[in-house]
Design a protein around this ligand. Structure first.
Ligand code: GP9
Ligand code: MN
Length: 656
């Protein structure tokens, strides 16, 4: 038996060498592309399980060639197949560079937004390296061009197919055996896409994604009951009694003006060029107000819209599609709704098209009484994606005054900024802010222009513009009396997705010698991939002209904590909130979970796909500390996703 199998295998390999090598070439070259994709994106190319699964699945696809009779059709089939595989690699590679996640067909509905930000896409998303995968179809075409592909008898082909299937099943089985134990649950749940690509490779990932995206009906029937039980139990177990603290109700009944600050990262608040701050206005508001210094946005692929969603609901964004586009018709408990129960009038303003991110519809779901979009503004000055922030704020003041006159009671207004959107290159209209540094060498002052015209340099100038726009807006609010009895809340919606190498220029430039420091130089900062993650912080500021707080909160805080924290100050509470009131956290440690299961606390950054830990301070870390948080992060993601996917708040409300 053993010898028989051995002989069969031998014969098979001989066959391949002689005539059917094109099947192996197909498998091998596409497997190489799978490795390349993992190397270029997650920097984890050689995980053997993925190599085996890739090769096994590709071999099965390749064997289908034998079902086709005509030589020409066989070539066509293989070329179509190989082009599809290449496209999967290319699309995922390009997508990953922008979203740090893998693409999904459930996002086809959002491609309309990608079209709108196409400038940004072409400038920043497509990197030259992304076209590397196209070597494969070119090579493969040349390779099979003059080859005969049906030079065997039917019997021989049958034999090869049989052995091929045995080989394929065997290597896939080996691949599965050497995977970590949670790999299968991740394949099924698909919220940790990176982990699926690491373990199963891109081709199985994409098939999995297509199946799961196209069969929501089927999976919702299967998963609903257990999801409902799990979510109900979670809230019963975690029923938090309202804990009052010194911030409880301090802003009760005040008007609330929220600024959604596009792509502003906190590190810009610590920068100066030639003694001029990049963000003097934000810095002033942060110093006078309550400033969350260690605040992270927790967006998924829905970026701006996810930030809005988590801010308003204290739920995490969806891992299957985006809430604004795919789950706009669900029931959520939100800040505007809770305020409206207290007599507030809630409205939102944005200088871009109303259907971008499906806001026209989703803002109603979130509870805004009105949404003023591009149509309500005169586009008299354009920057980047549309109306400039300065003009937007100027015109919004008029809307706000009108709203105040027309409606009694306090108001809740949201202003969504736009100008500081990638690619940050439309700077003719932005205020002159030279990102140069002067150094004195031998009594001579020399101006170093090292950062100008880099993407980081453009970003800094663009942030400076956005900050100036906020400054002007606060002045106008004051002039028009809108600051009376009001609080101002500012949040950065997500990071700017700058390349890690750009930061090297920022943190390791040596102006004296006009060069980038290396590890051997004194003062070199090792800005590694984890420092990069920690640096993705965005500002969160609560300010009122009526009181100087001068409070800086260093506790790690996530967008999910906004509703409980701000809610405690303004007198509202959602029983479905998954975040914490940061002011109740006494030991200064909090868990900020990102949608792929990674998290940050005051002690560690945990990278879920890779299972790696980066320690932030020198506090001793126990296994228990990590495991508890890994479990809780998984729980938060699952509860959030189940609520969104199965519309569970509606049911839970109904059952109360
Ligand atoms: C578009 C704006 C940008 O209206 O909110 O969205 P983003 O690309 O940042 O998700
Ligand atoms: Mn945004």
């Amino acid at each position: 038996m053993k010898n028989k199998l051995k002989n069969k295998l031998k014969n098979f390999l001989k066959f391949l060498k002689e005539k059917d090598l094109y099947l192996s070439v197909f498998v091998l070259t596409n497997t190489i592309n799978g490795i390349l994709l993992r190397l270029i994106t997650i920097k984890n190319g050689l995980r053997l399980s993925a190599v085996f699964v890739d090769a096994g699945v590709l071999l099965i696809f390749a064997l289908f060639t034998f079902l086709i009779k005509k030589e020409k059709s066989r070539k066509k089939y293989l070329m179509i197949l190989t082009s599809l595989m290449t496209l999967i690699c290319f699309a995922n590679s390009a997508y990953y560079h922008y979203y740090s996640s893998f693409t999904s067909v459930s996002l086809l509905a959002t491609t309309v937004f990608v079209k709108d930000v196409s400038d940004a896409v072409f400038e920043n998303v497509l990197k030259p390296i992304d076209i590397i995968y196209f070597w494969q179809p070119i090579f493969f075409y040349i390779y099979i061009h003059k080859r005969k592909l049906n030079n065997r008898t039917k019997k021989e082909e049958k034999k090869i197919s049989k052995i091929g299937v045995i080989i394929s099943v065997s290597i896939i089985s080996i691949g599965i055996c050497i995977m970590p134990s949670n790999a299968f649950s991740r394949l099924y749940k698909l919220w940790n896409r990176e982990s699926v690509v690491i373990n199963f490779g891109p081709y199985v990932y994409q098939i999995d994604d297509i199946i799961q995206s196209l069969t929501p009906g089927i999976s919702s029937i299967f998963g609903h009951d257990s999801a409902y039980r799990k979510v109900k139990e979670y809230y019963e177990k975690n029923k938090t009694l309202k804990t009052n603290n010194e911030f409880t109700d301090i802003f009760k009944g005040k008007n609330i003006i929220v600024i959604h600050a596009e792509s502003i990262q906190s590190f810009t608040m610590n920068l100066e060029f030639n003694d001029k701050e990049v963000t003097p206005n934000l810095n002033k508001l942060a110093n006078e107000g309550i400033f969350f210094n260690n605040f992270y946005s927790q967006v998924g692929v829905g970026t701006s819209s996810d930030a809005e969603f988590t801010f308003n609901t204290s739920l995490l964004p969806s891992n299957r599609g985006t809430v604004f586009v795919n789950y706009y018709d669900r029931k959520y408990v939100t800040i505007p709704q809770l305020l409206k129960e207290k007599g507030y009038y809630a409205y939102s303003m944005h200088g871009n098209k109303g259907d971008f991110w499906n806001r026209n519809i989703m803002h109603k779901t979130l509870g805004y009484d009105r949404f003023y979009s591009e149509d309500s503004y005169i586009i008299d000055e354009k920057i980047g994606l549309g109306l400039s922030d300065k003009s937007f704020f100027r015109q919004s003041i008029d809307i706000m005054k009108k709203m105040k006159e027309e409606n009694n009671g306090p108001f809740y207004s949201l202003l969504i900024m736009l100008s500081n959107h990638t690619p940050f290159s439309d700077l003719e209209l932005t205020e002159e802010y030279p990102t140069t540094t002067n150094v004195t060498i031998n009594n001579e002052t020399i101006t170093r222009n090292y950062i100008n015209n880099t993407r980081l340099g453009n970003y800094i100038r663009s942030v400076h513009y956005a900050d100036a726009a906020i400054g002007e807006f606060v002045e106008k609010l004051e002039e028009s009396g809108l600051l009376e009895n009001s609080i101002l809340v500012i949040y950065g919606d997500h990071d700017a997705r700058l390349d890690i190498n750009e930061y090297n220029l920022l943190y390791n430039y040596d102006p004296i010698n006009d060069k980038i420091k290396t590890e051997l130089d004194e003062g070199y900062i090792n800005f590694n991939e984890y420092e990069y993650e920690l640096n993705r912080k965005v500002p969160f500021i609560i300010w009122t002209k009526e009181k100087n707080f001068n409070i800086k909160i260093n506790t790690p805080t996530g967008m999910i904590d906004v509703l409980p924290t701000l809610g405690n100050m303004i007198g509202i509470k959602s029983k479905y909130a998954l975040g914490n009131d940061i002011m109740n956290i006494k030991d200064g440690d909090n868990l900020v979970t990102f949608s792929d299961g990674s998290f940050v606390t005051s002690k560690i950054y945990y990278n879920a796909p890779k299972g790696e830990i980066y320690t932030i301070n020198n506090d001793p870390i126990t296994e228990e500390y990590i495991n508890l948080r890994v479990d809780h992060s998984t729980e938060l993601i699952e509860i959030s996703n189940d609520i969104i996917y199965y519309d569970l708040i509606k049911e839970l409300e109904g059952s109360n």
